[in-house]
Write a protein that binds this ligand. Structure first.
Ligand code: SAM
Ligand code: SF4
Length: 346
């Protein structure tokens, strides 16, 4: 079965936020008040009772898989702060039709949790890393431990969750001088580096206005040192992929793959194949809009698979043709104000 929206896009991917809590406070993502501490204690706004239980998420994925969803990504907040995440991984992997289950994490707890996650069937991980300089990493994340994220990367490789993908958000005056170092790091380690354009949110307005770097600028910085060739790795999805080779050593066999994700400057909406489920059970057809269908009550009250599927189909029918980041309108509203997201959250 295939799930096709009103604009002919095949919807086969859902990102599921399992918590809004996080043990870090990255400067572009979270306010630095309340919540996280460098000691790793995480806090969030959604009360414990309002967060979907694992068995509810599994029932949701079962209903979605029967409609044609094939890929699931677990995210947050920080998904690894939720207890026994491997139980959820195991539950989702048993669902017929789910072909790929991946996780986006800041990597702080990955080394200690990788074994149960891999045994439960996790297929791949994306790890967020915005600097290769330990002190700078700690500043950007407000207390993150660089050693722990590196241990997480190595643990994921050893567990065979390959290729490990590293998400890096380049920001002018913060870490833009490391773009080339990241490409080199990927070539040496085999990790796939994904450069993500900084997106505006309510917590990063100042940073966005001063620090935004567009994908063309990112690409030019890379081209100064590397030969890059476009690759067609996927039909759908937000990333454009390139093969990179060292320009100064054309004979060298060293090469790598990088992705550039231009959510802001170059819309990938026509290729968008995804929905998003928040930790408290709201199904969003577009990450960058306020449109949502509430699923919490249905899941908590044991709605049938058919009822859940009806709600999922409603969300697909509401999927907008495109988002409106930075172009003066807000999808689903008519405020006329520049669209600033409440948070990327995954
Ligand atoms: N806590 C996990 C992590 O950091 O990987 C998962 C959730 S986090 C919201 C998912 C991804 O979104 C991370 O790679 C992060 O860098 C990215 N992200 C968060 N806020 C962003 C923003 N304003 N612009 C661009 N990327 C952002
Ligand atoms: Fe936490 Fe991830 Fe946001 Fe950083 S990007 S504050 S690790 S949720």
């Amino acid at each position: 079965m295939q799930l096709i929206d009103n604009f002919g896009r095949s919807i086969d991917y859902i990102r599921i936020s399992v918590t809004d809590r996080c043990n870090l406070r990255c400067l572009y993502c979270m306010p630095d008040t309340s919540g996280c501490t460098a000691a790793g204690k995480a806090d969030g706004k959604i009360s414990h009772d309002a967060v979907l239980r694992y068995e509810e998420i599994v029932r949701f994925v079962e209903a979605a898989a029967a409609l044609g969803i094939k890929k699931i990504r677990l995210t947050g907040g920080e998904p690894l702060v939720r207890r026994s995440l491997h139980e959820l991984v195991k539950g989702i992997k048993q669902i017929s039709g789910i072909e790929e289950l991946s996780l986006t994490t800041n990597g702080q707890l990955l080394a200690q949790l990788i074994t149960p996650l891999a045994l439960a069937g996790l297929d791949r991980v994306n790890i967020s890393l915005d600097s290769l300089i330990p002190e700078r990493y700690a500043q950007i994340t407000k207390g993150g431990d660089f050693g722990k994220v590196m241990a997480g990367i190595r643990a994921a490789e050893s567990a065979g969750l390959l290729p490990v993908k590293l998400n890096m958000v380049p920001m002018l005056g913060v870490n833009d001088d490391e773009i080339v170092d990241f490409v080199r790091f990927g070539m040496h380690t085999g990790a796939q580096i994904r450069f993500i354009e900084l997106m505006p949110t309510v917590v990063n307005e100042h940073l966005f206005s001063k620090g935004f770097i567009g994908s063309e600028q990112i690409r030019r910085a890379i081209e100064r040192e590397f030969e890059i060739t476009p690759l067609k790795l996927r039909k759908y999805g937000p990333a454009r992929y390139f093969k990179v080779k060292c320009a100064a050593e054309p004979q060298s066999h060293a090469s790598g793959i990088i992705g550039i994700i231009s959510a802001v400057t170059c819309r990938f909406c026509s290729l968008c194949n995804r929905l998003r489920l928040t930790a408290d059970g709201r199904l969003r057809p577009c990450l960058y809009s306020n449109i949502e269908i509430g699923l919490f009550d249905a899941l908590r009250n044991n709605a049938s698979a058919e009822e859940l599927q009806g709600l999922i189909l409603q969300a697909v029918a509401l999927k907008p043709e495109r988002h409106h980041i930075c172009d003066g309108t807000k999808t689903g509203t008519s405020t006329g104000a520049p669209f600033i997201m409440s948070g990327v959250g995954g």
